[in-house]
Design a protein around this ligand. Structure first.
Ligand SMILES: Cc1cc2nc3c(=O)[nH]c(=O)nc-3n(C[C@H](O)[C@H](O)[C@H](O)COP(=O)(O)OP(=O)(O)OC[C@H]3O[C@@H](n4cnc5c(N)ncnc54)[C@H](O)[C@@H]3O)c2cc1C
Length: 450
């Protein structure tokens, strides 16, 4: 067989549909004529190339932010709860989150789905006690929620953490009996109102909302800012200063109580799917039976915040993990200069830096939660974890966003939402500065608070 006919034979083995497609862009007869004029050796090479079996594309590893397999060190029940949360986030939340994030709206349809998952009873018992591995479970849930969407974790954390803990730690037995079963089943949704327009970091000292006893009721006056879920919550825990003894007390203010109004905060650049409200209390009467009976001063408020701070540290883990996995997948597939960008050394350097951050954060938080479940966690442990994870998360999401080039600022690629949401994580439940001062005071024995 001549080399020309061997080339023709090779071409004849090609898929006719593909040949037809090829002939639309290349003049095949002219190509064969030109090939006929080539020296014998070159023709053979050409025929060999056409007949060479196609190499299957190399399978690349799936992105996995749990690089050291921390999940494998946990119990089957803990792994199951993490898997359920992951399924829920990927199938129910991911398809709708960008739309709701853009519209500043929480998707109410998620509440019945969360109810079916029955997650709160993995954290709380109905009598207000915690399950033996509550903090680890809460951490895993937070990680899995934030890996896809931080707003979902914040909705859950405000209700299942701050609001539930206020009743569990500050409520009487009768109040726990009345509220906790409904809270754990998400039949009622809670919010937590501590921060005020003029009182964020200094809220323990500078809380201006007042409570005045009037017969068998209390009259509340003041304003609260940033209160998550409050635009639709069934009750909000309002922390107010008793004018008689100057102590901060907690009140369960039910939706629709006269004198209680909420306005949704607009124009956020982070956590847009969380509905944060600004609350105004004007001569708002609350029966004494709705005052948290075992919350006589700010110590109870601080206990609630301590209990939930580990969960906020886990938010940084999940958010950074999600951003890293998105960046890695993009780097494996985005081609520039004829190669995946993940094959460039500088891009790999960023990916490895992100993974090191995620791994360090995840390891620290698991240890923190184990300490919390064992009753060994102190304020400074939670504060250090929050400082470290918020800062590393900020660094990680910035590198992840950078990996996407211009696409990194488009909501549709996912990483932009992680980038923006991190700014809120950095500032709430104690800013990084305040948590740093808490750790500094513990390790030096000297307070740097003004
Ligand atoms: C999205 C979001 C959701 C929130 N949800 C809730 C909620 O559900 N319920 C609720 O009660 N609150 C909520 N908050 C409020 C949050 O806890 C406060 O924003 C936080 O405590 C910081 O207070 P601030 O914003 O008033 O900042 P400020 O206290 O005014 O601080 C401004 C800056 O000054 C620094 N600073 C202040 N004091 C010191 C100091 N002594 N030394 C060094 N630096 C200092 C801070 O670190 C910060 O950088 C939420 C906030 C956000 C952003």
């Amino acid at each position: 067989m001549t080399s020309t006919s061997s080339l023709q034979a090779a071409l004849s083995q090609l898929d006719p549909a593909k040949l037809e497609q090829l002939s639309r862009t290349i003049d095949l007869p002219a190509l064969l004529n030109a090939a006929a004029g080539l020296p014998e050796g070159q023709l053979r090479q050409l025929a060999g190339a056409v007949m060479a079996p196609q190499k299957p594309a190399k399978a690349l590893p799936e992105p996995n932010g749990d690089f050291f397999g921390l999940l494998n060190t946990l119990t089957p029940a803990q792994r199951e709860v993490a898997a359920a949360a992951r399924r829920f986030m990927e199938t129910e939340v991911a398809p709708i989150m960008n739309d709701h994030w853009s519209r500043d709206e929480f998707p109410q349809q998620l509440i019945p789905r969360l109810r079916e998952l029955n997650l709160l009873r993995r954290i709380w018992n109905e009598d207000g006690s915690r399950t033996p591995d509550a903090s680890v479970v809460e951490g895993l849930l937070t990680q899995e929620f934030c890996r896809v969407d931080v707003s979902t974790a914040v909705f859950f954390g405000v209700h299942a953490g701050l609001a539930a803990a206020s009743i569990a730690l500050g409520g009487s037995d009768a109040q726990k009996r009345e509220w906790l079963p409904k809270v754990l089943d998400l039949q009622v949704i809670g919010a937590f109102g501590l921060t005020e327009p003029e009182g964020g970091s200094q809220v323990s000292r500078g809380l201006h909302t007042t409570a005045r006893r009037d017969g068998d009721a209390w009259v509340l006056n003041g304003r609260k800012k940033w209160i998550g879920n409050s635009t639709f919550s069934d009750f909000t825990v309002i922390w107010a200063r008793d004018v008689a003894d100057d102590q901060v007390k907690g009140f369960l203010v039910r939706r629709g109580t006269p004198g209680y109004t909420v306005e949704k905060i607009q124009g956020k650049i982070a956590l847009r799917m969380v509905e944060n409200g600004e609350i105004t209390l004007t001569d708002c009467r609350v029966p004494d039976t709705d005052r948290l009976q075992n919350a006589p001063n700010f110590r109870t408020t601080a206990d609630v915040l301590r209990l939930t701070r580990a969960g906020v540290a886990w938010q940084g883990v999940g958010c950074a993990m999600g951003a890293y996995e998105l960046a890695l997948r993009y780097a494996q597939t985005r081609q520039q200069f004829g190669k995946p960008i993940g094959s460039f050394q500088l891009v790999q350097n960023n990916l490895v830096h992100m993974l090191a951050n995620v791994t360090a954060m995840q390891t620290l938080c698991l240890r923190l939660s184990q300490m919390e479940d064992a009753g060994q966690m102190r304020d400074e442990h939670a504060a250090l974890a929050k400082v470290m994870t918020a800062a590393r998360c900020r660094e990680t999401v910035a590198l992840a966003r950078e990996t996407f080039g211009g696409n990194g600022i488009l909501l549709e690629h996912g990483v932009a939402k992680h980038f923006c949401d991190t700014e809120a994580i950095y500032s709430y439940e104690g800013t990084n500065e305040i948590n740093t001062l808490v750790v500094g005071r513990a390790v030096t024995g000297l307070s740097a608070f003004v």
